[in-house]
Structure formats: structure tokens, C-alpha cells
Design a protein around this ligand. Structure first.
Ligand SMILES: [Zn+2]
Length: 74
């Protein structure tokens, strides 16, 4: 299957903005859930597409996760 790089919409439920960022579905899903939202992607999907607004919303959480990982492994 070939992925066609067309404009994709944000994968957050109820959001129809154009996606600008791609985040791993696992990380995005957890962060989005923490923000009280849901992703509308299927479980098999590994990447979640987010609009700028939703990406900003979870960016802090993603960063925090990374810091925790760093602490854990240092
Ligand atoms: Zn969105």
C-alpha cells in the first residue's frame, strides 16, 4: 500500500482541522486522553496526525514523558 501525502485531517475526535504534525499514536493517545479528548484512529495505526492546536496541547505532556524516560535510563 502506498501512502499518498495529501492533506490529512487531525485525528482528534471531533476535530476537522488540517493535520500538521505526526506523533506516535501510543504517545499521542495517552496525552490526548489526559487532556480529556480521544483519538479517532484505529488501534492498528502507529501514527497519529494532529493539527497545530492539538499538537500544542499535548506537546508539554510529550516533553514530560521524554524527561521521565531520560531520568529512568540515566
Ligand atoms: Zn485537532
Amino acid at each position: 500500500m502506498r501512502e499518498i501525502p495529501t492533506n490529512k485531517n487531525c485525528d482528534v475526535e471531533g476535530c476537522s482541522k488540517e493535520s500538521k504534525k505526526t506523533v506516535s499514536r501510543e504517545k499521542a493517545g495517552a496525552a490526548i486522553k489526559e487532556a480529556g479528548l480521544n483519538l479517532s484512529v484505529k488501534d492498528k495505526v502507529t501514527k497519529a496526525h494532529l493539527c497545530v492546536d492539538h499538537y500544542r496541547k499535548i506537546k508539554k505532556k510529550l516533553k514530560k514523558d521524554r524527561e521521565i524516560e531520560r531520568l529512568r535510563w540515566s
